[in-house]
Design a binder for this molecule. Sequence first.
Ligand SMILES: NC(=O)c1ccc[n+]([C@@H]2O[C@H](COP(=O)([O-])OP(=O)(O)OC[C@H]3O[C@@H](n4cnc5c(N)ncnc54)[C@H](OP(=O)(O)O)[C@@H]3O)[C@@H](O)[C@H]2O)c1
Length: 337
Amino acid sequence: MLKLLRKHHTNQIIHLVINGARVKKQITLPSLALGCWPLAGMTRVGVTRQAAIETVAAAIDHGITHLDTAYCYGENGESEKAIAQAIKGRQNEVTIASKCGIHWQAGKKQAVDGQPDTIIREVKESLVRLQLDKIDLLYLHTPDPNIPIQESAGALRRLLDEGIVRAVGLSNGNVEECQLFAEICPLTACQRHFNMLQQEIRPVLLPYCQSKQIAMVAYWPLMKGLLTGRMKRDQIFSHTDSRHKYLMFQGEEFQKNLDFVNAIQSLAAQQNMSLVSLVLAWTMAQKGITTVLFGATSAKQVATNAQALACHLDDSTIFAINEAIQQRGPILGSRKV
Ligand SMILES: NC(=O)c1ccc[n+]([C@@H]2O[C@H](COP(=O)([O-])OP(=O)(O)OC[C@H]3O[C@@H](n4cnc5c(N)ncnc54)[C@H](OP(=O)(O)O)[C@@H]3O)[C@@H](O)[C@H]2O)c1
């Protein structure tokens, strides 16, 4: 069995224990991880393979050695393939997390398939794409509503027992699904969206994970770029940029979110730090959040975001941010957790 033992706040270390014995190589996971979805180039046009490789390399150079990808990041695993190229000769420096159970069908339609045979096949393909013989952390990408989650968990358990994966996680699951999953397969991490304006996991899932020592890896910390301050009031997304589909980027809701960004922007200025640093530092400081998983499309963005590792927010700044969040109020289109 593999489980989370201890966390440090900024440069957090996760000690892994397999079958009750401490493994020789401890895995160090910094509080920040690089999300490699935008690098697949499916929703952000203009992300070349070279830019993807440079982005990953910059992350490693800045100590962001936890790289998060998935079987479906790219119609043909472009994200995993870019990671393989970027980590050549540096495999020992990184912790690779991938996911299985979602693939693309013709017409760029996503399909969920958590059947055991599919999971085993996808993981074998991921290993080839990544040019690795093991995946450090493998998540079921999302529970498949068409089959009992225990069946999917059984396949991940098999991969764990065979040593093909070192730890297992559940992405986009709720507490009940985590419980059913953990009856079959030890659960090391959960992955859900979490940011200043989307905190649905706070009341139930987060305390559950804390109580079970399951790591919480938070995605969308930058609200898909909205909390970086670079979006304009009259922002127009290209039709290939999937962000236009989300309510947070539409109409009055978008304008209210930009008002919120203005409010926290002035707090960042008072602290003499960038908005991105303030946002990431706040997210890292939230109790129960183990890792903050941001996406980036360039080495420059990674360098900016890495500065958050050195930022500390005092209590009065955290209080002021929380006030601004309260003032913004609940946002539309929250996903059920
Ligand atoms: N488990 C799941 O189901 C699931 C779902 C979603 C995401 N994830 C994971 O979580 C990761 C993070 O999510 P995300 O990438 O969608 O959202 P995010 O981290 O909230 O936002 C990432 C976007 O913010 C912009 N950005 C980042 N740093 C910036 C900077 N310094 N200055 C200006 N803009 C900056 C970039 O936009 P541009 O692209 O416009 O440059 C980037 O693509 C993903 O990559 C993926 O690994 C998991």
